[in-house]
Ligand binder design. Structure first.
Ligand SMILES: NC(=O)c1ccc[n+]([C@@H]2O[C@H](COP(=O)([O-])OP(=O)(O)OC[C@H]3O[C@@H](n4cnc5c(N)ncnc54)[C@H](O)[C@@H]3O)[C@@H](O)[C@H]2O)c1
Length: 291
């Protein structure tokens, strides 16, 4: 196990899914955690789980699309927890659509959160790490969708490919300051975000995707959290600027293409899940709009 005792981890979107799994894993490894979230109820749940590991948990309301809110979140993490040694730029939304009728706001929200939000998070955290003189570790959550795309996923893919490229560029500048930065490309991970793409556990879409996945299952947030634990620990000292796929092998198994044809039963099932995800998006949208 990695020993992160005495370290502080700043994690965006840590109220749910991969961010929550990462908060719990890094707390188990010994780190105190700052949860930077728009969804304060979700953040509260993560905070109480972090405290069960005997670690300190701080909640800051932070929309990563707002430079002022990201800066305030970083400043208040430093003030309350004493610094930032680890930053995980995880917050993201997944919204697909047709190039013929996607609304500008739909596109812009995704760019503002998935791309600009990662830039703002890394900039504020790295500035603090440079000023401290202690270096640090940063992990950005990209996606397997940075490599693969489709007629429905192109806008999401564009933001995630951007993250992978930004990380490669940033590694050169941050390395001499003792800051390692890497990107992760998760495949299908069982989280609320993934339900719109991959449906429910045991459902027809998930079953088909899992059958096409060499390891035979979807990923869990704890799978990605384990990789993050490695990347922020001493064994990853020589690793920076990388983009690491963790996808159960589905990358070369054509899993994504299964869902593209709207006339197939799977395509129709996904359309039903996309409608269900609209309900969750409608709940998050007012929080996203508060900048
Ligand atoms: N689940 C997957 O299959 C999968 C695959 C590849 C990449 N990812 C990426 O992993 C990251 C986490 O996704 P997840 O699946 O855990 O999703 P999730 O929806 O379960 O969690 C995302 C969290 O981010 C928060 N959030 C959303 N917008 C925010 C904003 N503007 N500012 C701050 N917080 C915000 C949400 O409230 C939520 O708690 C995302 O960047 C996503 O694109 C997920």
């Amino acid at each position: 196990m990695v020993d992160l005792s005495g370290k502080v981890a700043f994690i965006t979107g840590a109220g749910s899914g991969i961010g929550q799994g990462t908060a719990l894993r890094l707390a188990r490894d010994g780190a105190d955690v700052c949860i930077a979230e728009i969804d304060l109820d979700a953040a509260e749940e993560t905070a109480s789980m972090v405290r069960e590991f005997g670690r300190r948990a701080q909640i800051v309301r932070c929309n990563v699309a707002s430079q002022a809110q990201v800066q305030e979140a970083v400043d208040s993490c430093v003030a309350e927890l004493g610094g930032i040694n680890i930053a995980v730029a995880n917050a993201g939304i997944g919204r697909g659509g047709s190039v013929l009728d996607m609304e500008l706001k739909h596109w812009q929200d995704q760019v503002d959160i998935n791309l600009t939000g990662v830039f703002l998070t890394v900039q504020a955290a790295a500035q603090r790490m440079v000023a401290s003189g202690d270096g640090g570790r940063i992990v950005c959550i990209s996606s397997l969708a940075a490599l693969n795309t489709s007629q429905w996923m192109w806008s999401y893919s564009a933001t995630k490919a951007g993250v992978a490229m930004m990380v490669r560029g940033w590694a050169s500048e941050l390395g001499p300051h003792g800051i390692n930065i890497n990107a992760i490309g998760p495949g299908v991970i069982d989280t609320p975000l993934a339900h719109s793409l991959a449906g429910d556990e045991g459902g027809p879409i998930r079953t088909a995707l899992e059958a096409a996945t060499p390891v035979g299952r979807s990923g869990a947030p704890s799978d990605i959290a384990g990789l993050i634990s490695f990347l922020v620990g001493p064994d990853a000292d020589f690793m920076t600027g990388s983009y690491l796929v963790m996808d159960g092998g589905i990358r070369d198994a054509r899993g994504g293409g299964l869902l593209e044809d709207p006339d197939t039963p799977l395509g129709q099932e996904r359309a039903r899940h996309m409608q269900a995800s609209e309900v969750r998006n409608a709940r998050l949208q007012p929080l996203i709009d508060q900048r």
